[in-house]
Ligand binder design. Sequence first.
Ligand code: COA
Length: 143
Amino acid sequence: MKLKTRDYQPEDFKEVAALWEATGMGGEFRGDDRQVIDRSIQVGGKLLILEDEHTHKLIGTSWMTMDGRRIYLHHFGISPAFQGKGFSKQLLKASLAFAKKTGLQLKLEVHRDNIIARELYIKAGFKYLGDYDVYIIRNYENL
Ligand SMILES: CC(C)(COP(=O)(O)OP(=O)(O)OC[C@H]1O[C@@H](n2cnc3c(N)ncnc32)[C@H](O)[C@@H]1OP(=O)(O)O)[C@@H](O)C(=O)NCCC(=O)NCCS
């Protein structure tokens, strides 16, 4: 199986959203719709697609957003049927190459129990930042 990485195109959205659901990275509550993806790319981010070169089936995604100071890695995932075959390394390599080109530091959040992802990131050179808690405001209705 030959895989290639390429940039996200708007027509990928449905398949991308399905992969995010299947890997537990999706959900409307996270607000990751077409507009958010497009905007993140307009302001310097990138959504990389890993696909089968022959069938064009979507195998993985890596979404990098940028805030002008850092690049953040989100929604890094491989379709469940294709996990455990080493494919994530090709996608991570392409993601690191993009981040390197921006010259900005690359940051990510990963759940403590996600041993596979943690191993992958540490092997790739990410360093643990310490026991920070992570907070978010998902809606502003009560403010
Ligand atoms: C995390 C994820 C992308 C890794 O992809 P994968 O296809 O499962 O893993 P790969 O076969 O490509 O293996 C890559 C590396 O992951 C680590 N890894 C894979 N399986 C592992 C296991 N069972 N135990 C520990 N580490 C493991 C290893 O470091 C491995 O590299 P190595 O083979 O050189 O040792 C994938 O499991 C996934 O999509 N998970 C669901 C979404 C997710 O949690 N994403 C991360 C959000 S922060």
